[in-house]
Design a protein around this ligand. Sequence first.
Ligand code: HEC
Length: 140
Amino acid sequence: MGPLTAAPAASSAPKAAIAARQAGYKKMGAAMKALNDQLKSDAPVKATLVAAAQALATTAREQPKFFPAGSGPAAGVPTDALPNIWTDRANFDAQMAKLIGESGKLVVVANGGNAEAIRVQAKATGATCAACHRQFRADT
Ligand code: HEC
């Protein structure tokens, strides 16, 4: 066995966590746009829909670890995360779990290739974004 290294600080250091979660949300925003652009077109490309759904689902599963204690507005870097994330954590985690569930279903439905079913599931996924933003994100 080689020398042991310290665990990466990214998950615990507030500033790094804020940067990581914002990058994750940007990625999800872009994936959601790619998905909706395809669904609006006359000939949606299945591979693009599947790739966007997978990006959403994978990123959604990464996000929960980027909200350590102390990474709210008090961290001293710009963040739109509201302080109630840390006082109403069970509710926040439940919203997070909903996104993970719906985006996971979206991958399955996208692979099925039925545009109407994908449209319905994309809407259900987008609703989980909006619900969390209303409660836990500033400026929405
Ligand atoms: C569990 C709560 C939650 C869910 C679900 C959620 N978000 Fe967010 N989102 C946040 C919070 C909190 C912030 C503010 C993060 C910060 O500034 O530190 C945010 C910020 C963002 C941003 C701005 C990122 C930046 O800094 O530029 C985008 C874009 C975004 N979310 C898109 C999405 C999309 C798309 C979905 C669904 C696919 C989604 N979010 C689901 C809580 C959530």
